[in-house]
Write a protein that binds this ligand. Structure first.
Ligand SMILES: *Cc1c(COP(=O)(O)O)cnc(C)c1O
Length: 373
């Protein structure tokens, strides 16, 4: 059986976790959390990184820091995971869904400006499959209308847009370290903060509304409750598990890219013959092989292809029922303009096995089975 996903694990994971346990340092913001934050800051060039309990929580933090209020509108694609919308719905905001581009499955930057109203406060681009949205166009629209940009870079660590790391271009960027992502701590994420002015408040909200981070750094004698907040810091044991992978991040990234490139090469003849569609990576985007997907002709063919793979002991999945068609999407949000591609393209897409540890031989076997369809 070839699994669809196997969570990444680095050799040193148990060594580092054992160290946490033996030293009785298991709560949040310990040595491994600091190492992860620092690694991400150095690697991406962001001003500040704060490890969180999930990408969902990082996005909630970003919504709080952006002072999103009831009735505010937030522009995002409907082809995304529920967390993208949840973080803003929790603040009483209205997600305004805009159609995607069929080539990258990302929000169509050309449709964003017509969705802006006097209630619009933020744009949330989702970098699907670790392939960047058109960030220059999006940042220009945000500047013209005074909007905050919060990048859902859940799938985007190690990927870039015109030389800039995903998650560092907007005011805030959110990474996920869920077990289905390229680097994992089981459940976890990170908030990337571009502007120094937002750092202190972010530390306070993440630490239950207290200035404990300042206290730990010796900047104040005792800490106290200074603002509203919540608890968004993961255990240092989870950070230890993640740090072992960050240490070998390039090795993991290279291995994934090799698998992605093999899928692409092997399936290209089928795409050229018009039998299926392959992903597009636009000029200026460096991706991270977060996923390899193909697109069937329609939903019936996709169902048959997934079944054919399953008969050959290969697990493949589809995902994202567009949010505007889900019960909560109907209740809390609205779709702006025409749904030309969101629903139609989402029904064609299926994801093939992709994980650190999958072999090129397995990819060849999967491609052989696809060719027999
Ligand atoms: C995985 C994912 C999330 C949620 O990440 P968690 O860490 O599980 O909260 C959000 N958005 C997108 C696009 C994702 O792929």
């Amino acid at each position: 059986m070839i699994n669809f996903n196997v969570p990444p694990c680095a050799d040193n994971a148990m060594v580092y976790i054992r160290e946490c346990v033996q030293n009785q340092k298991i709560c949040g913001d310990g040595a491994y959390t600091r190492k992860c934050n620092q690694w991400i800051e150095e690697r991406t060039g962001t001003t500040k990184c704060l490890l969180t309990t999930s990408c969902t929580h990082a996005t909630e933090l970003a919504a709080l820091l952006s002072d999103i209020k009831p009735g505010d509108e937030v522009i995002m694609p409907a082809y995304t995971f529920v967390s993208t919308a949840d973080a803003f719905v929790l603040r009483g905001a209205v997600p305004v869904f805009v159609d995607i581009r069929p080539d990258t499955m990302n929000i169509d930057e050309k449709l964003i400006e017509s969705a802006v109203t006097d209630r619009t406060r933020a744009i949330v681009p989702v970098h699907y499959a670790g392939v960047s949205c058109e960030m220059n166009a999006i940042m220009e629209i945000a500047e013209r209308h005074g909007l905050v940009v919060i990048e859902d870079a859940a799938q985007g660590i190690m990927a870039s847009y015109k030389g800039k790391a995903l998650g560092t271009i907007g005011n805030f960027g959110c990474f996920s370290f869920h077990e289905t992502k390229n680097y994992s701590m089981g459940e976890g994420g990170a908030l990337l903060i571009r502007d120094g002015k937002d750092v202190e408040n972010a530390e306070i909200i993440r630490e239950k509304g207290t200035n404990r981070s300042k206290f730990y750094r010796g900047q104040i004698d005792k800490y106290t409750w200074v603002n509203f907040g919540s608890s968004y810091l993961p255990s240092d044991m989870n950070a230890a598990y993640l740090y072992a992978q960050l240490e070998i991040a390039d090795k993991i990234n290279d291995a994934r890219l090799a698998l992605w490139n093999r899928y692409y090469e092997r399936l290209l003849p089928l795409a050229e013959a018009g039998r299926l569609e392959l992903p597009t990576v636009p000029e200026g985007c460096v991706h991270n092989a977060h996923m390899f997907y193909i697109k069937a002709r329609d939903i019936e063919e996709r169902t048959a292809r997934i079944a054919q793979l399953k008969e050959n002991e290969i697990l493949s999945v589809f995902h994202y029922i567009p949010l505007h068609t889900a019960p909560a999407g109907l209740k809390f949000g609205r779709f702006h303009g025409e749904d030309k591609y969101t629903t139609a393209e989402s029904e064609k897409l299926m994801r093939l096995p992709m994980y650190y540890g999958l072999t090129l031989e397995e990819v060849d076997f999967i491609c052989d089975v696809i060719m027999k369809f």
